[in-house]
Design a protein around this ligand. Sequence first.
Ligand SMILES: NC(=O)c1ccc[n+]([C@@H]2O[C@H](COP(=O)([O-])OP(=O)(O)OC[C@H]3O[C@@H](n4cnc5c(N)ncnc54)[C@H](O)[C@@H]3O)[C@@H](O)[C@H]2O)c1
Length: 342
Amino acid sequence: MPKPPRIAIAGAGLMGRAHAAAFQACGAEVVAVVDRDRDRARALAATCGAAARTTVEEALREEPDALSICLPHSLHFDAAMAAAAQGVALLIEKPHCTSLAESRALRGACDRHGVLAMAGFTHRFLATSRRLKASLAAGDLGTVDLVVDRLVANALGDHAPAWYRDRALAGGGIAMIGMIHAIDRLQWLLDSPVTDVLARTRPPAASGAVEDTALAILCFANGAQAALVAHRSPVPGHERAHRYEVLGRRLNASVSIGSFDRQELEFVGPGAPARLEVTDDQPFVTEVREFLAALAEGRPAQPDLAQAELALAVVLALYEAERTRRPVNLREFLAAAPGTPP
Ligand SMILES: NC(=O)c1ccc[n+]([C@@H]2O[C@H](COP(=O)([O-])OP(=O)(O)OC[C@H]3O[C@@H](n4cnc5c(N)ncnc54)[C@H](O)[C@@H]3O)[C@@H](O)[C@H]2O)c1
């Protein structure tokens, strides 16, 4: 029997705990947990029989096959570069980097070292997303003209660490941490990249504070358009909720992913398929299973870092559109960005 893959987890917060549980559920061995907060590292490490470490470098000495990065955003790059240099595969939470220059340098390092790297865009692994993707790929909805997508998150919810509002660590506000899920999900569902971005944020990026509201209009290469809203509500108890509608010429689809374990997908139109209600989804396990399968088979995994870079580029273009008060063309924005695409 092949030996279980050895996994190190960087960051023992909300996502570190979710990743550790998912890797264990898939039969992997968690060998090291890193957190600068030693007690947090110890607490999670104790649940998996792993070594507790306070730096990524120490964790890499445990010779893991893969590193799962669940740190504040601006810390992803250094951790990923250190692992890639040692040939260690990467599962990196979104956003995988906070700048295009970092993303390009990291992709180059992964290519040079032959390292598998996957980004944690969990929305692709939700049961409702996969069902809708199958319907879109089969042409059931017809040509998609418009998507309306909204996220309302509660700033005072159970889980809102202080760094979420720290520009140096988070790289931005609700667009960088929340709307980026919708951007990747839509580029994947529509199988088409964003070409143009119009946007407003509040407070504006120029204020230095991260935005609590982001409004964006996205144009896709296939002609579809999307209106995206993301808002961090100050109202205690407001449920964190992604909701979106995909409006085709044959069928419309309406999706609610209030929480990952309570999802609904409803089709509207003649001959619409039955409504899908999901209460037992385990998207982190599905995501990790795909990562481990790719690792075992020596093949790439999706979403890869090139796709993650396209989602990051749209968020950064959104900030640029806000700053300049002009629409941003993605192709020109990517061409002008520092760093060389691999
Ligand atoms: N895929 C999803 O659905 C989803 C959901 C929430 C968050 N995320 C992403 O997961 C990542 C982590 O977010 P989170 O909500 O788990 O944050 P968190 O604050 O709960 O966890 C981050 C951990 O990193 C530790 N840390 C901070 N600086 C460190 C350092 N220098 N060295 C080692 N450890 C350090 C903190 O002590 C903390 O335990 C982010 O990229 C976030 O966007 C993804």
